[in-house]
Ligand binder design. Structure first.
Ligand SMILES: C[S@@+](CC[C@H](N)C(=O)[O-])C[C@H]1O[C@@H](n2cnc3c(N)ncnc32)[C@H](O)[C@@H]1O
Length: 196
């Protein structure tokens, strides 16, 4: 069976789409973490909890398709910096920033956040796994200035006591340097009567 030029073109396009989709899925997984985007309302709630102010520098560690960066820049007036391992996701994040008109306040860096310099951060956002969070802990303790807020989705730092916790959306807020103790200590304190 011979194929017409049109059929070859369609086949080539289908192969290109399949390859791009494969890379889109595989590259994050190779870094030990699939791309699972955070929902818009959850991002907004996390940035509100962190009290992001205009001009502040907000990092998203593993920026995915850039949705956190664009919301931080557009709705909160932040300077948003995303660090993302997957070049395809970086390209999509950059396009998202471009088409949303927030490119002047969004930077997307392809790279490994474990090797990043985060010393200028005011807020660090992270939606990772418990394994990543544990590995990140010493880096954040070493690099972040006092008063920097760290906001995590779904996974907490077991050794750090949160400054706030959203039980419904599973969002943890920490203020550097965090008190020792973990979520259990924080929750136990919440149950104490206000006056004794
Ligand atoms: C769960 S997704 C979160 C995406 C985005 N932050 C959000 O909340 O919608 C995690 C992202 O981290 C990226 N990633 C995983 N390990 C990384 C690493 N060491 N350095 C940079 N990016 C990484 C993955 O490619 C993926 O896009």
């Amino acid at each position: 069976m011979t194929m017409s030029p049109l059929q070859w073109t369609l086949l080539g396009m289908a192969a290109a789409v399949a390859l791009l989709y494969g890379l889109w899925v595989v590259i994050p997984v190779l870094h030990g973490l699939p791309w699972i985007p955070t929902g818009r309302e959850r991002i907004r709630r996390a940035l509100e909890m962190a009290r992001v102010r205009p001009g502040e520098i907000v990092y998203d560690l593993g920026a995915g398709d850039g949705r956190v960066l664009v919301m931080a820049a557009r709705e909160f007036g932040a300077q948003a910096v995303g660090i993302e391992a997957s070049p395809l996701h970086c390209a999509v994040a950059w396009l998202r920033a471009l088409f949303s008109g927030s490119l002047s306040r969004v930077r997307v860096r392809r790279g490994n956040f474990f090797r990043a310099d985060l010393r200028d951060a005011d807020v660090v956002f992270a939606y990772l796994t418990s394994r990543h969070v544990l590995r990140l802990q010493p880096q954040l303790e070493r690099q972040l200035r006092p008063g920097t807020r760290v906001v995590t989705i779904s996974f907490d730092f077991p050794d750090w006591q949160p400054a706030a916790f959203d039980k419904k959306d599973l969002i943890f807020l920490y203020r550097m340097p965090p008190d020792a103790g973990g979520l259990g200590t924080f929750l136990a304190k919440q149950d104490l009567p206000l006056s004794r």
